[in-house]
Design a protein around this ligand. Structure first.
Ligand code: EPU
Length: 434
């Protein structure tokens, strides 16, 4: 199993480029199930979850080409025939976002069989809201032997009010509604940029969608969708991770190829913490002159402070003078990184959904364990300022969502190396046919 070895102390200097958003690319790949024609996606990040989705679609009979390098992260997916509209437990258990295929499959094939995901390191994460939404569209749903089975002759437009804001739930139901008969009105939708990006792709495929990116989405169903070409938006969480990495090291880092408007709340918060943050075009420059001040955050749905940046912010808070209270409102168990940060010398107390971080604490290298994707990122950030050589185990979590993070960090001055196996060579090859 791969590990990262990181020697702290170097300020990050220079420019680092952001990849395409994993959480936009995953639903976009699922959207290709809605048409018989090829869908080409550009700026798809080279991360493990994308490879898992390729395997998921290929197992259903889709033809998936993943192209990197000179092919510029282009993926072409053709779902002409879907012999087996099913997502097996083997794949779903490794990636919960696999449930994104449920809506598109039942809309396109009239039937779908998708494994229930079960809990994960950050919380219970049920999919009841996806199921309720599809039932409102007329799908018959059965749950048996750990699988959800959905069927419908043709889905019918309906009014759906989500009990709680859900990102992939909004995406799943929106995809299904594109092929339903009549109009669907969805209320209390997720407003994340990834939802709007998916709607952009679906619109290019011939869907009629209004309001994506706001809490009310209207979908006027059509009988057929066609192929399209789409460029995935930049990854705002990867950008935010680099910005905090630059900040904690006292560096001067330019994070290029991002969309600063997607980072507004984070950038404002970093200003309060005492960092100099400026954006120009598609770049954000972060400059730290030390003397960070504590500041509280509470995670919220977009446009609030993202739960996917909470762990990285906690690492930064350990280096700020004073007490920062971090409240996690989205997931019930997303503080697994806190105990690892404590092992590195941080002063953090967990009280239910709140973490109280008292800084500034000098961090010292330790052997630590990554528990999920963003927790791993937080440990990498902490290790960049820790005294000595930190060893982070189970970095396969970070490979799920960060493209070659160690190479990118090394290019701006970090001392980081991977020991163990690199990403599988076959997904790094120029063109791989499924
Ligand atoms: N929820 C339900 N029922 C449902 C769906 C969600 O109760 O049917 C609850 C969840 O348990 C959670 C809350 O609603 O408490 C919000 O969950 P949401 O459905 O929005 O999360 P998700 O769609 O499963 C996406 C991202 C996550 C990100 C969250 C929140 C993708 C592929 N994943 O997950 O990303 O944390 O939204 O912003 O888009 C990550 O990239 O590391 C990651 C975990």
């Amino acid at each position: 199993m791969d590990k990262f070895v990181i020697r702290g102390g170097n300020p990050l200097l220079g420019t680092v480029r952001v990849s395409g958003a994993k959480n936009a690319a995953l639903p976009a790949m699922a959207a290709a199930l809605l048409t018989e024609e090829p869908v080409t996606l550009e700026n798809v990040p080279q991360v493990r979850d994308i490879e898992t989705t390729r395997r998921l679609l290929a197992a259903m009979g889709a033809d998936v080409e993943l192209g990197y390098g000179r092919a510029q992260h282009r993926t072409t997916i053709c779902c002409r025939s879907l012999a087996s509209p099913e997502a097996s437990y083997e794949l779903v258990k490794t990636m919960r976002a696999s449930t994104l295929v449920l809506g598109p499959l039942v809309a396109r094939c009239g039937t779908a069989r998708v494994s229930l995901p079960g809990g994960c390191a950050i919380g219970a994460r049920p999919i009841d809201l996806h199921i309720k939404g599809l039932e409102r569209l007329g799908a018959k749903i059965n749950q048996e032997h750990g699988y959800v089975e959905a069927s419908a002759k043709r889905l019918r437009g309906a009014e759906i009010i989500f009990d709680k804001v859900t990102v992939t739930g909004t995406e799943d139901v929106m995809m299904a509604a594109t092929l339903a008969e009549g109009t669907t009105v969805m209320e209390n939708c997720a407003c994340e940029p990834e939802v709007a990006d998916l709607a952009d792709l679906l619109t290019k495929m011939g869907a009629r969608i209004e309001g994506a990116g706001t809490s009310t989405i209207r979908v006027h169903g059509v009988s057929k969708l066609h192929g399209a070409k789409h460029r995935i938006i930049p990854d705002r969480i990867e950008a935010g991770t680099f910005i905090i990495a630059g900040a904690i090291t006292g560096g001067d880092l330019n994070v290029a190829g991002c969309e600063p408007t997607h980072l507004s709340v984070l950038l404002q918060k970093l200003g309060e913490v005492g960092l100099k943050v400026a954006h120009h075009g598609d770049s954000v420059r972060v400059l730290s002159e030390g003397n960070l001040k504590a500041s509280d955050i509470a995670t919220e749905e977009y446009p609030g402070f993202p739960t996917d940046m909470q762990a990285q912010y906690m690492a930064l808070a350990t280096q700020a003078a004073g007490t920062s209270v971090i409240t996690e409102n989205i997931f019930e168990n997303r503080f697994m990184h806190a105990q690892e940060l404590v092992r590195m010398g941080a002063n953090i107390k967990i009280e239910g959904r709140r973490a109280v971080v008292r800084g500034k604490s000098p961090l010292s290298a330790a052997a630590v364990l990554a528990s999920d994707l963003r927790a791993s990122a937080s440990l990498v950030i902490a290790a960049l300022v820790a005294e000595g050589e930190t060893i982070i185990d189970r970095v396969y979590h970070i490979d799920r969502g960060y493209e070659h993070i160690e190479e990118k960090l090394r290019s701006v001055g970090a001392q980081i190396r991977r020991i163990g196996e690199m990403l599988p060579k076959k997904i790094a090859a120029p063109l791989v046919k499924a």
